[in-house]
Write a protein that binds this ligand. Structure first.
Ligand code: NIG
Ligand code: FE
Length: 412
């Protein structure tokens, strides 16, 4: 099946071949073809060009996009899409003055979500997660990473990862799964943190690997959660089983987690709301990708990741939603792109690069998605008739999307 899209006002993020990850200055450039056409064949991008070269035959279906913009789908490289129930009660508590940390200390936060998830069947969990996956696809997400970490027991962690595995089989967008049992210390392990870590490494991890349930390993490296030594131990254990690390680090405190992650060639370091001079130095020496999660900053009213500083230091930057019930109960990448411009001072070009091709690198799907390139998946967004692509981040909170295509098919 060949489908032609023509009279495209701007075909955005066009790359003849997948570029290397975009760093610093290179993030300023967002290549486009004006007045363009795009041909897809089954689930792949077959060809494109400007209207002077538009094919007149050789396709089964054609769509006149007269005035609309076409760009690759967003890539969301950091989510906690699998969870049960919500935490709107804690949201109200925060408005009344409690901090995220104080709520966690009272047994709320991650432990609250873990309790609910442990008592939810795998079928129900799959239903709730699928609803969120369908929702984010409508927002234009065409590849997603999903973490465990609300199980915190062997059974519940495996249950979460099995849900992700079912989604991988059922949906035709790239999905990666990350094992995050070191997300919080369960109450039953109070004052026995090393026992918990040993249990995660010796009992859960081998089973996760045996059943091929994870692509990556993650740790919440933060004061009151897991320290540098714990983080290193878990990254090393993952490495032994062939799992690269993607680490939650510097959300509230910068105390050396970036250095531990880069030392072990982590694929990404995510959050970075706090960032030290030494962190920048370590990132520059490494291939580890910094990932900013601005809707978490928005929701928790904490600092935004200094994305401007990261890019101005010649580093790459990726953007993701962190969709989860506690710190970002929203998976809309359009809002993330707006926040990156409004609150982190990224240009629209930098933000779109960070949310497409660089984000694809942050979950190793750069050969499948992230740009309009021949042979990549036909996963793209068709906008409403908007004046320019700058309008996307500018009109924050608007829905400027007319249609989303995943694997060569329009979402209904
Ligand atoms: O990425 N920071 C750690 N984990 C999640 C939030 C967890 C929660 O509050 O449920 C995050 O923000
Ligand atoms: Fe997260």
């Amino acid at each position: 099946m060949k489908i032609l899209f023509y009279n495209i006002k701007h075909l955005l993020q066009v790359r003849d071949k997948t570029p290397t990850i975009l760093k610093g200055e290179a993030m300023k450039d967002l290549p486009k073809v004006d007045d363009a056409w795009l041909l897809i064949e089954n689930d792949k991008i077959a060809d494109f060009g400007d209207m002077s070269t538009c094919p007149e035959s050789g396709f089964d279906e054609k769509h006149d996009l007269n005035g609309q913009i076409l760009l690759p789908t967003w890539v969301d490289s950091h989510t906690h899409l699998v969870y049960a129930g919500n935490r709107e009660g804690e949201f109200a508590d925060r408005i009344k003055g409690l901090t995220y940390q104080e709520i966690a200390e009272k047994g709320g936060g991650i432990l609250n979500s873990a309790k609910t998830l442990q008592n939810t069947s795998e079928e129900q969990l799959l239903l709730e997660t699928e609803a969120r996956l369908n929702e984010i696809m409508k927002f234009g997400t065409g590849a997603v990473e999903i973490k465990s970490g609300y199980g915190l027991t062997k059974d519940a962690e495996l249950k979460m990862l099995k849900v992700i595995s079912k989604l991988k089989n059922k949906y035709n967008l790239p999905i990666k799964s990350t094992f995050l049992a070191a997300h919080a210390l369960p109450k039953s392990y109070k004052d026995k943190k090393s026992d918990y870590i040993n249990m995660v490494i010796d009992e859960i991890l081998p089973e996760v690997v045996n059943q091929n349930l994870a692509d990556y390993i993650d740790v919440f490296c933060e004061k009151g959660y897991f320290d540098l030594e714990d983080t290193e131990k878990i990254i090393e254990a993952g490495k032994k089983h062939g799992l690269k690390a993607k680490i939650h680090v510097n959300q509230f405190n910068a105390f050396g987690g970036v250095e531990v992650a880069t030392k072990h060639q982590a694929l990404s370091v995510d959050h970075l709301e706090e960032l030290s001079v030494n962190d920048i130095v370590e990132l520059k020496k490494s291939e580890t990708i910094p990932v900013a999660l601005p809707s978490c900053s928005f929701f928790l009213t904490i600092p935004y990741t200094p994305g401007r500083q990261i890019i101005d230091n010649g580093l790459p930057l990726a953007l993701a939603t962190d969709y989860n019930p506690g710190s970002s109960p929203n998976g809309n990448m359009n809002f993330v792109v707006s926040l990156a411009c409004i609150k982190m001072n990224l240009t629209p070009e930098e933000a779109i690069n960070a949310a497409t091709i660089n984000a694809a690198y942050a979950m190793e799907v750069e050969n499948e998605v992230g740009s309009i390139t021949k042979g990549k998946l036909a996963n793209f967004i068709i906008t409403e008739k908007i004046p320019s692509y700058h309008y996307l981040p500018y009109a924050f909170g608007n829905n400027s999307i007319s249609q989303v295509w995943i694997g060569g098919k329009a979402l209904q």
